[in-house]
Design a protein around this ligand. Structure first.
Ligand SMILES: Cc1cc2nc3c(=O)[nH]c(=O)nc-3n(C[C@H](O)[C@H](O)[C@H](O)COP(=O)(O)O)c2cc1C
Length: 264
């Protein structure tokens, strides 16, 4: 049993490659009961600034996992820093114990730093890593990916860069005139932050997970990031969705608001 959170499909693809029984965290958040029992339970999610998305942390905090083997797979695109250690500490703070934590390098969807056209060209050996991780999990391997002092320093540098700002600094974006009011942005938002009113998107930043699902999925590329901390978008003309994940699957994973609710 794997729970996943995804903005652009990487973590959904990884979860699906590792188990037949996968559940979307944004959908689980709507359920009343968060007690889960299975022979193995895992979470697959991206990292934002080396940390698990806020919603994943909330899901972990409110859930009880009755399992002899709990694992965590962190998908990332360029630098995981001490993400495995930060995740382990978070679990410990919720009185949870992880048997296995590892990272999985995939396309980096962080638009302020990476050009999606360039990222798509890089072979990150995802299948090889997934085969190895799958074998580890099947054998119930006990292993927490170690971190180095350099990894910790990389995270400290990141914290220095963002200063007192919280993760929402990465969620400062605008709709351009290219918006056709199609509502895809609203459907792929895992936090239900976007509604379509009078044919135009209306967005609340509160609870935004900074997953970029809306920006990356927008058919006319009408959502663009405002420059932040000196980072402007690398390539506003190129967007990303994992090549093995369809738009329909992404919507199924993330949609919060019923169409009637937002298409008014
Ligand atoms: C706001 C934001 C912050 C990110 N921070 C990091 C990071 O610190 N290190 C890293 O290697 N990748 C980072 N990424 C890239 C994602 O973790 C990576 O592309 C992940 O596989 C995306 O998974 P998904 O397609 O399931 O959403 C970031 C992406 C976003 C949108």
């Amino acid at each position: 049993m794997i729970f996943y959170f995804t903005g652009t499909g990487n973590s959904l693809y990884a979860a699906r490659s590792l188990s037949k029984e996968i559940f979307s965290i944004p959908q689980q958040m709507k359920q009343k009961d968060h007690s889960y029992q299975a022979d193995q339970i895992g979470i697959v999610c991206p990292i934002y600034g080396h940390e698990m998305p806020q919603m994943v942390k909330e899901f972990i905090a409110k859930s009880s996992f009755d399992t002899p083997y709990f694992f965590l797979i962190i998908t990332y695109g360029n630098r995981h820093a001490n993400a495995t250690e930060l995740a382990e500490k978070y679990l410990e703070s919720k009185d949870m114990h992880a048997d296995y934590i590892t990272s999985l390098l995939m396309v980096d969807n962080f638009l302020p730093v990476f050009d999606m056209a360039e990222q798509k060209k890089i072979d990150k050996h995802v299948e090889d890593r997934l085969t190895k991780i799958k074998a580890d999990i099947e054998q119930k391997k006990h292993w927490i990916e170690p971190v180095t002092e350099e990894d910790r320093a990389a995270h400290a540098d990141y914290l220095k860069l963002v200063g007192k700002a919280d993760e929402s600094i990465w969620a400062d974006f605008r709709y351009t005139d290219a918006c056709i009011g199609c509502g895809i942005c609203a459907k792929v938002c895992p936090a239900g932050c976007i509604a379509i009113k009078d044919g135009r998107p209306v967005r609340s930043e509160e609870n935004c997970q900074t997953c970029y699902a809306c920006i990356q999925a927008c058919p006319p590329k009408a959502i663009q990031l405002n420059p932040v901390l000196g980072f402007a978008e690398k390539n506003p003309q190129e967007r990303y969705r994992n090549e093995y994940v369809s738009m329909a699957e992404l919507i199924q994973a993330n949609q919060q608001n019923e169409e009637e609710e937002w298409n008014t």
